[in-house]
Design a binder for this molecule. Structure first.
Ligand SMILES: [Fe+2]
Length: 251
């Protein structure tokens, strides 16, 4: 494979294509008061995963920018009352968005076929397969994120109350690839008011689809001993608004 396929579906193995036909539904989880997130492992064959990682390493990695938001010192030194701590979202990853037409990352994504694949009808169709309400067809957000050793996203909820299209819920679609130097990274998310669910997201390939908002974070990526400088977990992210927007927030 010397470029990404023009349709996302072409990455999937038989198990992956079956998911599209008969997928679990986020609304069923909401009805059971469970957190609306579903995971699929091993739906992309190993050789295809290796090709995707190689393409991302070669084409995208040089164009990523650091997204480092450390813990503000004042969140501690500015406290005047015991037990009043509050922490905004902290994060340490590398990322590329395709929003600016002039961006190098966009050029690299077009060149490698990644942009077309993440814009393809079957990319959207996979996200749509797990939710009954209709997702917008003419635009969705696309982003590439790369976690290296020690990288993480701190607790946050992805609630966007100022965006009318998203304030009652939207879908994040994560396609994940980890190289062989990655030992472990967990996605921790809330279940009925506690951050008590955790899922290992460091297998070679995995897909997660969430209906946000809800609280979640990722633990620091742990590399295999001696392979800290090689470890990378890639995340292709699509963010889909509902069309029409949802009427009420299910949280
Ligand atoms: Fe998030």
């Amino acid at each position: 494979m010397d470029r990404f396929p023009s349709e996302f579906e072409a990455l999937l193995n038989r198990k992956g294509r079956r998911v599209l036909a008969d997928a679990p539904q986020l609304e069923d989880l909401i009805a059971k008061r469970r957190t609306p997130i579903v995971f699929f492992d091993d739906i992309i064959d190993r050789g295809v995963v290796d090709d995707c990682i190689r393409l991302l390493d070669d084409a995208l990695y040089p164009c990523l920018r650091r997204m480092h938001t450390p813990i503000p010192r004042e969140s501690l030194t500015g406290m005047t009352a015991n037990y009043s701590e509050a922490l905004a979202k902290t994060v340490r990853v590398r990322t590329a968005t395709f929003n600016s037409r002039a961006s190098q990352a966009l050029a690299a994504a077009r060149e490698s076929g990644l942009y077309d694949m993440m814009t393809s009808a079957s990319f959207r169709r996979f996200a749509q397969a797990v939710t009954g309400s209709h997702l917008r067809e003419d635009f969705w957000g696309r982003q590439v994120i790369c976690y290296e050793s020690g990288d993480y996203s701190g607790p946050h909820n992805d609630h966007h109350p100022e965006r009318a299209e998203a304030r009652n819920g939207f879908i994040d679609f994560h396609v994940m690839f980890s190289n062989a130097a990655v030992a472990n990274q967990l996605l921790v998310y809330e279940e009925r008011g506690f951050l008590s669910s955790a899922r290992d997201v460091s297998c070679r390939s995995a897909i997660a689809i969430y209906r946000l908002p809800f609280w979640h974070y990722t633990t620091p990526l742990v590399a295999r001993a001696g392979r800290e400088s090689e470890a990378r977990r890639w995340l292709l992210l699509g963010s889909f608004d509902y069309d029409p927007p949802l009427d009420t927030l299910a949280y």
